[in-house]
Design a binder for this molecule. Sequence first.
Ligand code: SF4
Ligand code: SF4
Length: 385
Amino acid sequence: MGERSSGGIGWRKTVAVVGVPTVKLNSAEAALREFAPANAPKPKRPAELGIRLFAYLLKNKLRWRKRFPLVTMLEPLEACNLTCEGCGRIREYEPVLHRMLTLEECLRAVEASGAPIISVAGGEPTMYPHLPALLNELVRRKYFVYCCTNGILLERLLSKVPPSKYLCWVVHLDGMEERHDASVSRRGVFRTAMKAAKKALEQGYRVCSNTTLFKGSDPEDLHQLFALVTRMGFEGIMVTGGFDYGTVPNSEVFLTRQESIQVFQKVLADDEVRQFRFYNNPLYLDFLRGRRHYQCTAYSNPTYTILGWRKPCYPLADGHTQDIQELFQDEVWQRYGLGKDPRCANCTMHCGFESSTIYGALRNPLDMVRMAHGVVAKKSGVGAS
Ligand code: SF4
Ligand code: SF4
């Protein structure tokens, strides 16, 4: 019974009862009623994640490894059932959208990287026919797996991959219904994704959300979204800024660094950060708000695709390689990062900078305490996509 409001500020539900004037419920209230039950499950982030990550960091530091991965980004296919305006992948990989990695190739990439955390992305990974086998095998090997999805096909996956503390669904949500559907260029996606997320939470899965901010992102709308997913029992909210790295024709939608800082200062105002359950660590949230400065460490998130490892990073692919070690070489990082390549100037993505906050905290006890406090208080984690 939904209808689009003529005021253009959101979806409104009209409740008409004979003899009683029509009442319009605000879309945010309607969404809370529909998707956030009073007895919503309380999220429990596995303590093992923080312990394993810390042990892994320590092990690599003791081996004096200068650069090493924290999260393997695995893209088994680049095809998608959506055509979002801000998506580079479906455009960049257009000639090979029909191809996909085999299960064995996926597992070989994960082993070559050795990172304890795997982000399965794409394209839309739920379209990958071997996804249940892949996720079940990664969980069996005790990797912490984050499967990023637009949520359209999520519900049908739930019977094929049992809930586990090692598995988390990460649902792409760029705003409340009207804004999200506009962002993904299809009506109905928000509701489908939210229904699937609600079902997943009811069945005991871990669920996070992932929001990219673009030009025109509305802080009030995003606060409604964050309130909704927090009430639903999402484990955390991941945020990052969309920037122009040269593969999307309409670069008007992207934020410059200064615009990104301005919008994040509103979206991540101190009161909001206290109220909602962000998954990104507090140091990265400070970075997004322009309170901290870091150099990019995108080698922490090597990305494997049908053409090989993206070189140098998740957003940029000036080449691909089958040898992951090439991604860690000095020669690469002399050329990429802030102040080195003009395409990096506006990048604030978690794949490049959230790991910088973690590496930085290893050298600064106060930062380490702040980050550990965030993890212990279950208000932050490791941005995984
Ligand atoms: S859902 Fe993701 S992969 Fe698919 S078009 Fe949108 S941004 Fe690209
Ligand atoms: S700043 Fe880092 S993550 Fe961002 S585009 Fe440049 S190299 Fe890639």
